[in-house]
Design a protein around this ligand. Sequence first.
Ligand code: AMP
Length: 757
Amino acid sequence: MLSSIPMAEEADTVSSLLDEGKEGKPLVVILVGAPGSGKTTFCNDVIRAARRTWTRICQDTIANGKAGTKAQCLQSAANALQEGKNVLIDRCNLELEQRSEFVKLGGARADVHAVVLDLPARVCISRSVQRTGHEGNLQGGKAAAVVNRMLQKKVLPNLNEGFSRITFCQNDDDVKTAVNTYSFLGLFDSLPPGIIGQKSGDAKVQQGIMKFFKKVDTDGNCSQNSAPKHENNENNPRPMGIEKGSEVGKDEQKNDMLLNPSVSDFQWNDAPTLAFPSISTSDFQFNMDKASDVIVEAVADFFSKVDKVKLILVDLSSKSKMLSLVKVKASEKNVDTTRFSTYAGDITRLYTGGGLHCNVIANASNWRLKPGGGGVNAAIFSAGGEALEIATKEQADTISPGSSIIVPVPRTSPLNQREGVTYVIHVLGPNMNPQRPNCLKDDYVKGCKVLYEAYSSLFNNFASIALSQNYQKEYSGDSKSEPTKSVCKSFEAVVECQRSSSEQKSKREVSYGSDCNKKSKYNGDSGGLPGMLEKEEQKSERSDHSAKSSWGSWAHALHQIAMHPEKHNLDVVEISDDFVVLNDLYPKAKKHILVTSRLPGLDCLADIRREHLPMLQKMHAAGLKWAEQFSSHDPSLVFRLGYHSVPSMRQLHLHVISQDFDSTHLRKKKHWNSFNTPFFRDSIDVQEEIKMNGLATIKDEKLLSSELRCHHCKSAHPNLPRLKSHIATCKAPFPSHLQNGQLIFALSGSSDAVSAI
Ligand code: AMP
């Protein structure tokens, strides 16, 4: 039976907890906590007073006093256990995958415990910022942002991961008690299994840096009826870029009062929140009364489909007519005011000006997606700096009325650094201004329809961002989390809708319309989820192929499928213990499947080591089998099997792709070049390299911008349409460098039927 013993009780009874008489196994104690939570101090305190022999394993010093790798930590821990020592793993281990391999050290040879230093974010940040001489040099100004980022990803451990005992420490007393418990342990003592010191379900959600700046009442709850306040004292450092005495403090009071009292039920919590301006009512001169109807309709419809996300309509002036109209209409329509609010203030300074944490903001953009024009567009581009302009250009050159485009905001953008905005969604509404392009000349039937589509597209794109974030949470093991489940449930419909509409994407692009049927008074046949497909395709085809120090929220889908293939019946065509085979959602050829490894922590080619060779061979064999099946069905198909040097999606996956490249999803130069330059690493070559050198060669991403050349005759072409029409008729053989087993042709005489795909 698992015990659940409150921390206070434990303080009095450390010795009575020991299962006397039984011989204790060596222990692996995995510390879990943000930088600054006191992990190293904990280890040192235990070691100093210990009755057992302990080894502290710290990645910052594992390589002869220098930073090393996780593999080195695992090896040292295994060695220490073999020598009969107990092990303290002094790493942050905030995510399930970071700890999973350490948990595997347990079993017959050791018990594995977790000690979670779940101290308030403000404490961790304050300590990290102020400390000096830190082993990993995580200190000073940069520490605040790093700690915050790490805490956003935190998933508290649970017993299912393989721990026999988990101790939660939420304050210094808890930590002291835990230190005593472990240092008191004699050679033959063991501790009872179970969860110790987890005070409540709520305690699982630690306040991040943003909440740290909100007004916190004596119970640690955020005030709900006013804008959060910044705390500003020595123990509570401001995040990077915010100096003492800045206008933050001055604005606080003002914004507290500006928050709309009629929607003061709005609840601040960790739910994803989108801040958006009114679209089309300024420069595009759309009638405000009609626009406010559309906003309220779109918000209400969105809330009926999607849970647990929040929306804030922002306008600069507290006297805004739009805010007043929307307030009244939202209340008449019983829109959930715990999830929807209005806010008067600068949308580019929501955090520094008002303490609001909205990591997604919308921009009422122009069709060229360029700065200028005054108003919110100018303000957002100006606040986002050049980095936002470049990031926008990477996504699209133009935007059509009624649609929206997601732009991940680079870390270098002040909007990200200063305000914590990680996505801007550009949205274009209808225009009633004769001085501007596409004027609808007061056609409000069409105008309202397009405006509704613009808001729908915006909200759905926002939902897809929130979706990826919540899927991550779900996979991370916090499966008991109701909010996560409930968000996902609502999104299933969204994703389903997106999928079913994919075939009609081009139609939507030209007609403003969306393909999913949903009633709307502005749009009898649409108003569905246009943004979802755009977003999905954008994000997974964004393929920035940049070095992956961290993965964007869109990049986890394959990982999730590999870990939980049973939840993705429609996509998956084969499951084994080692890999999952699935259809590529955006196939770049007639046949394009992905053989995805199921090994946690193996994200990409660069992670592959010699010990992975057997798995690579199995993945290759599976890919080969499918390729042969496909070409037995259609002998014209020739396949190549390989890896992208730097993938866009996390979780090692082998592309099995037919060489026709006949697909509407192949739209960009980088798509072509990712499969037709040395950036594509043939599976057989990778296996050979791993065998010889233990590492795979990663080719430069610059290859993705190489000129477009036919993969048969090597002729150059000015653009993809021209190349595509060339390859449809090119009769040249494949080049000789692909004649060494890289290509898979139909087996003569084979007649196996291809099933399922
Ligand atoms: P890479 O650049 O090697 O990471 O390729 C990622 C592949 O995953 C691309 O071919 C995408 O089209 C594909 N893809 C993206 N999202 C999904 C998904 N949810 N399910 C299946 N395939 C996907």
